[in-house]
Design a binder for this molecule. Structure first.
Ligand code: MLC
Ligand code: AMP
Length: 495
């Protein structure tokens, strides 16, 4: 039987450690065995899940990876959900994608069980399967759907991005080749596992390569720095906010501690930044502190990683580099002309085997996002001396904060449910730590005031913490153009 290559490759690293924590070292053999048991549990009497959507709400680590492989080995489509999302957000993802099974671990089981009952979703608690189960597993072709990731965009509700096994394999192979992953690599994992950065660039590339992952439930600078100091890692992947936080922690450390930690960073073979713009200043600060030149790359949920500074060669601060192996990139001007030389800006368009298949159940949006076979990213860039530099996004309604992509429209829709908010405009304001911070400008219904802290409390349970406004401005009216549409650049100029 032919297996998915990601699974088959594990057989050449059976005794290597796939996941290491302070107390455990679990091998690729363990991962194969555990995922086979969980696949059998998912299948029950069925022979093949046939692209059934299976959601995953499991803490980062060995069990998460085993569950992911189980879904794929059983023929299902994996939908990883945000552990800290609110119930309305979970409900939206589960119903929009038509999930029929949800895999959880003990910490999440109790929390999500009432929702599963309400929606008729079968709950599979990983902790209930402690003994091995054996069952023949189906053959899964590369063209089948593998994963749905929800991503915010220019619509108020997030869209599900469906990738196939072939897309995922191509995304992984491109990065493994470009960044020269090897079985000797050791990498910390602290990014959330409901986004492509953590799932593909980190977990999947590591497991494809036979490398070792050290999982953490969240990013905590002192914990990570302790491990860096102990030379635990060869590779490091993070969003710019994390580098800013690490710089702050290093600057606050005593000279002796700082020197010991910096020695750990200096020994790593590669440190990568992505998911949001890495300010050239932060790039240079990091080099000055650690001697490491960060490798900045550019990607997106729909396409995987597309452009990267080289592993060997010039890593230019402020630029994202050149197209990755197997990825075609072009810039198209506002007037529809393909840019041929340097220094002329255009929208980034991407083509290649890593590009997603479709937005789940949204044929019109899927069609609109392609231009003659090229995926339109909505990001503007310019090529300078051969390297791409990202200039910003076409839509003012997309905010990047801490590496999370947020839709201003989604947040506005929630704020409009507040009993004292008559109108609102949400924007992202530049911020040294977060890239952008969510900022709400509101017109109130009544004359009684609205404090930021009260608004933030009200938002809790309605939207994830990182979508809650960090700044608030109350105005008498919102600026509008002749068509009556709120003019966000004018709103921005209020600050
Ligand atoms: C949290 N806080 C914020 C915030 N998020 N403040 C402003 N803006 C934000 N976005 C505040 C909290 O309210 C809290 O304040 C304090 O910061 C600590 O909160 P936290 O939740 O503990 O934050 P922390 O764990 O430090 O989170 C920071 C982070 C996280 C950088 C680790 O944001 C993160 O994991 N980001 C990565 C997201 C990611 O993986 N994106 C990839 C998408 S894929 P108080 O006052 O309560 O203490 C993609 C494609 C590609 O983009 O190219 O990769
Ligand atoms: P997401 O939809 O969450 O996958 O986020 C993808 C978006 O992140 C892209 O469309 C870009 O706007 C942004 N992005 C990713 N990497 C970079 C980078 N290196 N520089 C600037 N923006 C980036």
């Amino acid at each position: 039987m032919t297996e998915l290559p990601l699974i088959a490759r594990a057989r050449s690293h059976l005794n290597s450690v796939a996941f290491r924590t302070a107390t455990t070292a679990l091998t690729y053999q363990n991962l194969l065995d555990r995922s086979a048991t969980l696949a059998a549990a998912l299948l029950g009497e069925a022979l093949d899940l046939q692209e059934t959507r299976v959601a995953l709400l499991v803490s980062p680590g060995f069990e998460y990876a085993a569950a992911q492989w189980a879904i794929w080995r059983a023929g299902g489509i994996k939908l990883p959900m945000c552990l800290s999302a609110t119930e309305p957000e979970w409900e939206y993802a589960l119903t929009d994608s038509g999930v029929s099974i949800l895999m959880v671990d003990a910490p999440m089981a109790e929390k999500i069980s009432p929702l599963c009952q309400k929606l008729g979703v079968r709950l599979v608690n990983l902790d209930s399967f402690t003994t091995a189960l054996v069952k023949p597993l189906p053959e899964v072709s590369p063209e089948r759907g593998a994963m749905i990731l929800y991503t915010s965009g220019t619509t108020s509700k997030p869209k599900g991005v469906l990738t196939t096994h072939a897309n995922i394999q191509s995304q992984i192979e491109s990065l493994v080749r470009a960044w020269e992953w090897t079985p000797a690599d050791r990498i910390p994992m602290f990014l959330p596992l409901h986004h492509i950065h953590g799932i593909i660039n980190l977990v999947s590339c590591a497991l494809w390569s036979g490398a070792t992952i050290e999982p953490f439930s969240r990013f905590d600078a002192p914990t990570i720095l302790d491990r860096v100091r102990a030379d635990a890692y060869t590779l490091f992947m993070a969003v710019p906010t994390i580098y800013v936080k690490l710089i702050q922690a290093l600057e606050a450390a005593s000279p002796a501690d700082r020197a010991a930690i910096v020695a750990g960073f200096a020994k790593m073979r590669l440190m990568v930044s992505g998911s949001a713009a890495l300010p050239a200043r932060v790039h240079e600060q990091w080099t000055a502190l650690t001697g490491q030149k960060l490798l900045e790359r550019y990607g997106m949920t729909e396409i995987g990683m597309a452009i990267s500074n080289p592993y060997r060669g010039e890593r230019r601060p402020g630029a994202v580099g050149i197209p990755l192996p197997g990825v075609e990139v072009q810039l198209k001007t506002e007037t529809g002309v393909i840019v041929t030389g340097d220094d002329e800006p255009g929208e980034i368009q991407v083509r290649g085997p890593g590009v997603f298949r479709t937005y789940w159940n949204r044929p019109a949006a899927s069609l609109e996002s392609f231009d003659d076979g090229w995926f339109c990213t909505g990001d503007m860039a310019v090529r300078e001396r051969g390297y791409y530099r990202i200039m910003g996004r076409l839509s003012v309604d997309i905010i990047k904060s801490g590496g999370y992509k947020l839709s201003a429209l989604e947040i506005e829709a929630v704020l409009l449910e507040h009993p004292n908010i008559h109108e609102c405009a949400v924007i992202g304001l530049p911020d040294d730590t977060w890239g952008e911070v969510v900022t709400a400008v509101v017109v109130l219904k009544e004359s009684f005031p609205l404090e930021l802290s009260a608004l933030r409390d009200w938002c809790k349970g309605r939207v994830s913490a990182y979508k809650i406004p960090q700044r608030l401005r109350v105005v008498k009216e919102l600026p509008r153009n002749a068509m009556g549409k709120v003019t966000k650049p004018v709103v921005r100029a209020l600050f």
